[in-house]
Design a protein around this ligand. Sequence first.
Ligand SMILES: Nc1ncnc2c1ncn2[C@@H]1O[C@H](COP(=O)(O)OP(=O)(O)O)[C@@H](O)[C@H]1O
Ligand SMILES: [Mg+2]
Length: 266
Amino acid sequence: MREKLVIRGLHKAYTINEGFGRTSSVVALQDVSLRVQEGEFMTLLGPSGCGKSTLLMIVAGLYPKTAGEVLLDGCPIDRPGLDRGVVFQEFALFPWLSVKNNIRFGLQMKGVPREEHDRIIRGFVELVGLEGFEDIYPHRLSGGMKQRVGIARALAYDPELLLLDEPFGALDAQTRASLQRMLVGIWEKTRKTVLFVTHSIREAVFLSDKVCVLTARPGRVLDVVPIELPRPRNMLSAEFFDYERRLAGLISGQLGIEAQDLFITD
Ligand SMILES: Nc1ncnc2c1ncn2[C@@H]1O[C@H](COP(=O)(O)OP(=O)(O)O)[C@@H](O)[C@H]1O
Ligand SMILES: [Mg+2]
C-alpha cells in the first residue's frame, strides 16, 4: 500500500498575547510522527485539549506549524486545498446556500464542468440519505442532517484525504450511532483515506483501521493500535470491549485516572 499522509517531527506552539507587550507560549504538539496508508481509516484519539484539532487543522492547511513536515502524496502541505475535504463538529455549512448548493460549492471551486454538477450532487445526496431535502436551507435541518450535508460537501469534489474533527460530537446518541454506521458504509464504498478525530473510545473502535492515541498536552503519539475486527462491528461483543479496555488503559495510564472513569462520559 502507498503512503498517503506522512507527518514527521511535527511541533506546534501557540503564542499567546498576555497584553502589556508580554507573550507566552503553549506547546500543543511535540514531535508527532504518523503515517497513513492510502485507503486507511486512521483515528486520532486523546483527551480534550491534547492537540487533536490542532493536528487536524495543520493537515487541513488552516493552521501554520512551528516545525516538522506534513506531506500529502509526497507534497508538503502549507495551505488549504481541494485535495483535502474537511468536516467540523460545528457543521460549518453556508447558511445562505441550499443543501444542493452547499454540495455544489466544492465542485465550482474545483472547476468541475457545470453540466456534471447535478449528476454528482444527486449521487452524494443519495449517499448520505438526503433525498428530498436538496432545496432546503441549513437552518431547517437537524444536527444529524447538517452533518450529512457536511460529509457530502467534503466528498463531492473527490479529495485525496477526508479530515473529520469530532463530526458527531454535538449529536444525540442515536443520531450519532446512525451517522457512524453511515460513515463506515461510505468509507467502504469510496475507500477514501480518512483522518478522524474523536475523544470517544467507542467511536474510535467502531470506525477505525488504526487508532493513534495521543498523550495529554503537549500531544505526542503514545501508541498506534490496529483494530482487527470485521465490519460492521458489534459494540456489544467481547472482542470490541477488549479493544475499548485496552485503549482506556492507555489513556488513563498517562492521565493518572481509573480506566473505568473514561466510560462514564462516552
Ligand atoms: N488558537 C489558539 N491559541 C492558543 N492556544 C490554543 C489555540 N488553539 C488551541 N490551543 C491550545 O492548544 C491545546 C490543544 O488544543 P486542541 O488542538 O484544540 O485540543 P483538542 O482538539 O485535542 O481538544 C489546548 O491546550 C488549547 O488550549
Ligand atoms: Mg478539538
